[in-house]
Design a protein around this ligand. Sequence first.
Ligand code: ADP
Ligand code: MG
Length: 212
Amino acid sequence: MSNTVPLAALVDWLHRFRTAVTEKRDWLTELDSAIGDADHGANMSRGMAAAVEKVDTTAPATADELFKTVGMTLVSTVGGASGPLYGTFFLRLGATLGAVTEVDPASLAAGLRAGLDGIVARGKAEAGDKTLFDAVAPAIDALDAALAAGEPVSEAAATAAAAAAAGRDATIDLVARKGRASYLGERSAGHMDPGSASATLLFETLAAAVAG
Ligand code: ADP
Ligand code: MG
């Protein structure tokens, strides 16, 4: 099996993520109703539906075009904090991958890392602030470690998804220091962060798409 990721798999990832946030819309909204304003499911499903529709009608020819389309659509269609954050993630990912149709594992990891850096540049989240950072950062650290240990990209992506899920679950005990949930102070503890839940879907669907 090839150890590179073709453009078609990246397109498949976006379709799978759109489907996942749509299927889990009510759950994401429920999480956000506990410590936010009950719109995370609607934000993510509306944004990804628009992004995938744009991708399907314009058929981007390269990875940078693909993720630029997705990032710009998310920024323009999602009003909540998650729109600019996910939008920046995809824009940086695309810019780092460049005009390619095939992505090797190290480039994928570097692109995802650049996406995370974009999230931090935009939202200033740090580890333990109870945000999507707490799922995305451990996922990328795990991806880097797995690739460095010689795992094929499909296994490494699954390892990353498991790390995202562990990070998501660890947000339950945290007190929020960024985003709307931070307005609740100590009362934000005891609830899973909605953004870390959608970000785990992002890595689970990446693993599924890369596995083919
Ligand atoms: P809003 O909070 O504007 O209603 P959403 O409900 O769509 O937007 O998204 C909320 C999620 O966004 C949170 O659960 C959190 O994971 C993430 N988030 C909020 N602020 C930040 C930030 N500054 N940095 C990183 N992630 C953040
Ligand atoms: Mg919200």
